[in-house]
Design a protein around this ligand. Structure first.
Ligand code: FES
Length: 646
């Protein structure tokens, strides 16, 4: 097959070229050339955001969806749908940048060590000092035999194992330490102990028994990855870091990412991207405490089922195809090397158990840390994230469902959306007479964008002031220069360019509103249907526990006003922040909590909402602000009549 040269010119005029065979996708050629082209829909030709301009040469467009005739005349093409048929020159427009920032104190959670934590009992790894008998001509026992003897006589451990990698280093380590070594052991815990042990780390000499022993708790969110670095001796969280999941560039939601894995090398690329994010976070967290990632001996990982499959390089294709089954809900224990993490190669990596394709370990871990599994009264747990997962129940029963909400409330998929970090507009008030907004910005400086809580607040204010109608439309006749026709239809200017960090107007467009309404409608439809399935009236719910990294900052009143949350007394709501990483942290510290997560996964009944049309009907009914059935939202109905009469 003939080879062709494709030359890419970037927005900063830099050029790079690569040789590829006939029929190669432009997106694939770009990847080989190291040129970044975002593919938010996973290369399905749906989003139109992987656009490039072919300035020279022969290409064939398989799909021109989302391209106007004049775009085609100017040479524009979708990189994921266009194949190369000759030497080609292409211009890559500036890519929509997802700002990559590390967590601020705002994202950091307050964590206290559970009072039940006992390093010597609830922890499954421990550091021990061993004194091996040196060999002599009278005692030619092998090195491993000496180590086994020492474990047996000093600690009563009768069955131990070691990896080949550590075995290869063992003779050097024991001699360097003059037959005194420090071992980190992973022990099978239960009420009967000590059980069999695996050597996770071996160091020469006796390392201070109470110096930090590092573990990590990780939540792989579709949008954000969060990592807590924990000293397993004290149980304290010593660093908290978070970052956008590097896979976003290859798909904003789980379905797009699964589709992307169907392409040649797609699964490997997805795995490399998330590993890059986790290992980058690990490096940052370790630098903060002056430790090395290689010193981390244990990791517990929570995440939705797709994220866990992609992390482990397990095909995720069946998750999106009926009857929607995973390859594995409860992965076996792995080592750091097997998982591809930059921690100690023999470290324990525990991917926590999930329930089904769309209810993963993020939810089982979240249920544990929220305390729902021990609640006496019926409680609703909502994870407000890219996937709207819901659990209803108490200590006797648990039912769960999931719906795809999309990443809009996490700031992705909204033109000026961003995470809740410095510069994000987090609260908006709009004057009903002048349509002028007052904004509150995280950190107090100039705004750069709007985070999830700001978007909820903005929608509610626009609704109450008539800038938005109940159908989510921005009326063109509004008497304010802030309401105008923009690139994506009608839009409202939240901040003029002169007041912003970037110098550009910060707006919310009709398309953004539509994305946000879809997200809120999916979440609302999910939990109302779940309650109906078990014949439970939502107004009788004892508590509504909200998980999700941005959930903590939601203004309840405004979330109810847009119909995201049910209209029940505010004191029933509790915002818990990232319950998934918190659950992973509990499992990292205590084998009994790890057992509890397994029990939660085993006893949760999963209800598939896509089985019939009821979800679609409930979703369409919720595609209004707050809902087509206003009687479900009496407090909002009253607020709307008050604002229209004033
Ligand atoms: S259209 Fe190409 S990635 Fe979405």
């Amino acid at each position: 097959m003939a080879n062709h040269t494709i030359t890419f010119t970037l927005a900063d005029s830099a050029t790079t070229a690569v040789q590829v065979p006939t029929g190669t996708l432009v997106a694939e050629a770009a990847r080989q050339a190291g040129v970044e082209i975002g593919q938010p829909c996973g290369g399905q030709g749906r989003c139109g955001r992987c656009i490039v301009q072919v300035t020279e040469g022969a290409v064939r467009r398989r799909s021109t969806l989302r391209l106007a005739n004049e775009d085609l005349e100017q040479g524009f093409a979708l990189a994921c749908q266009t194949v190369i048929e000759g030497d080609v020159a292409a211009f890559i427009p500036p890519q929509e940048k997802i700002e990559r920032r590390l967590t601020t104190d705002r994202v950091a959670a307050e964590v206290s060590v559970p009072p039940t934590y006992d390093y010597s009992y609830t922890q499954t790894v421990r550091r021990v000092h061993l004194n091996l008998k040196p060999p002599s001509t009278d005692d030619q026992t092998d090195d491993w035999g000496r180590l086994e003897t020492s474990l047996r006589t000093q600690l009563g451990i009768n069955a131990a194992s070691i990896s080949l990698g550590l075995m290869q280093k063992m003779s050097t380590i024991v001699r360097e330490g003059k037959w005194r070594v420090t071992a980190v052991l992973a022990v099978d815990r239960g009420e009967q102990e000590p059980g069999p042990a695996r050597i996770v780390m071996l160091q020469p000499g006796h390392v201070d028994e109470y110096s930090p022993l590092w573990g990590i708790a990780v939540d792989i969110g579709t949008t954000t990855v969060t990592l807590w670095l924990v000293d397993l001796v004290s149980g304290q969280v010593r660093a908290q870091v978070a970052e956008y999941n590097g896979q976003i560039a290859r798909g904003e939601d789980v379905i797009s990412r699964i589709v992307f894995t169907g392409k040649a090398g797609g699964g490997d690329e997805m795995r490399a991207l998330v590993l890059g994010t986790i290992n980058g976070l690990l490096d940052t967290a370790c630098k903060r405490v002056k430790a090395s990632p290689q010193e981390v001996v244990k990791a517990t990982i929570a995440g939705n089922s797709t994220m866990i499959h992609l992390l482990l390089g397990i095909p995720a294709g069946n998750i999106r195809l009926s009857p929607f089954v995973t390859v594995v809900n409860q992965p076996p224990l792995l080592t750091g090397a097997e998982a591809g993490l930059a921690i100690a190669p023999d470290a324990i990596v525990d991917c926590l158990p999930g329930v089904a394709s769309y209810v993963g370990a993020d939810i089982t871990a979240g249920v544990l840390s929220s305390g729902l599994n021990t609640a006496e009264e019926v409680t609703l747990f909502l994870d407000v994230g890219t996937n709207g997962e819901t659990v209803l129940g108490n200590r006797d029963w648990l039912v769960t469902c999931a719906c795809s909400a999309g990443p809009a409330f996490e700031g992705a998929g909204v033109i000026h959306g961003m995470r809740a970090t410095a510069g994000a507009i987090e609260e908006v008030w709009i004057n009903s007479g002048t349509c002028e907004p007052v904004i509150r910005v995280i950190g107090g400086g100039k705004p750069k964008g709007i985070c999830g809580s700001g978007l909820i607040s903005l929608l509610a204010e626009m609704l109450l002031t008539g800038i938005l109608d109940k159908g989510g439309n921005i009326p063109k006749d509004a008497a304010s220069e802030r309401v105008r026709e923009g690139e994506h239809g009608p839009e409202y200017v939240v901040a003029w360019g002169a007041e912003t960090e970037t110098g550009q107007d910060i707006v919310i467009s009709h398309v953004d509103v539509d994305n946000l309404m879809r997200a809120k409608a999916a979440i609302y439809a999910g939990f109302t249907l779940l309650a109906e399935q078990v014949d439970f009236k939502l107004e009788d719910v004892h508590k509504i526990l909200i998980g999700g990294s941005f959930g903590k900052y939601i203004n309840v009143e405004k979330a109810v006003q847009i119909g995201l949350l049910p209209d029940v007394p505010w004191e029933r709501f509790e915002f818990l922040g990232n319950t998934s990483v918190r659950g992973a942290y509990h499992a990292l510290l205590d084998w009994r909590e790890r057992e509890n997560i397994k029990q939660i996964a085993d006893r949760m009944t999963y209800i598939e909402l896509s089985a019939d049309n009821t979800f679609y009907d409930a979703f369409m009914s919720a595609m209004f602000l707050p809902h087509t059935d206003l009687s479900r939202f009496p407090s909002v109905s009253a607020a709307l009549s008050k604002s229209s009469s004033s």
